[in-house]
Write a protein of this length. Structure first.
Length: 181
């Protein structure tokens, strides 16, 4: 009985259980994570959409803890502490769709030719400033490589749009396994 249910468990279902408990002020210790956690990963993002529009998105760029703990923390944060949005309310839960992106460990981009739109996400970093775009951002917004890098530099890292071209700026690539409801 429980075995069949456990094999069908998904990361978005786990994130939903965590979010529902958090939004209702309950403990989420009953939320059961899937069994298919990779041994290595580079971080997690949980994205919430309501009627197709962004409702929250927060991530953790640390793959040192068990994946379930990281998804749990990112889910709570996306629902309750994304500074761009008010906290998700219990009344909204039925309209919110959840996406969990499990990131690979990032590697340094040596040339823009390495970047594949739709396959790679990016981290633009210079000094204390850092911005990240998930792979799906480029395809959802119909961005080419240069626009993807420029918008991440400006909108996420708070740098000039052309900062990614500067040798002092590092651009990291990663892939993501995306699990959607």
């Amino acid at each position: 009985m429980g075995g069949l249910e456990a094999t069908r468990r998904t990361w978005p279902a786990f994130a939903r259980d965590v979010i529902e408990a958090a939004v209702r002020g309950r403990d989420d210790d009953q939320a059961m994570a899937p069994d298919d956690a990779p041994e290595e990963y580079g971080g997690v993002f949980v994205t919430l959409k309501k009627f197709g529009r962004l409702r929250g998105c927060m991530g953790i760029l640390d793959g040192s803890r068990p994946l379930a703990e990281t998804v749990r923390d990112a889910a709570r944060t996306a629902a309750l502490r994304d500074p761009r949005f008010s906290p998700v309310t219990p009344d909204e839960l039925g309209d919110v769709r959840i996406e969990v992106s499990v990131l690979s460990r990032p590697w340094l981009m040596r040339s823009i030719d390495e970047l594949e739109i739709g396959k790679h996400g990016i981290i633009v970093e210079r000094g204390a400033r850092r911005g990240l775009f998930l792979p799906q951002v480029a395809t959802e917004h119909h961005l080419d490589k240069e626009m993807f890098l420029s918008r991440c530099s400006a909108e996420k890292a708070g740098l000039s749009p052309h900062a990614w071209r500067d040798p002092q700026t590092r651009v990291w690539l990663f892939t993501a396994d995306i699990y959607s409801e």
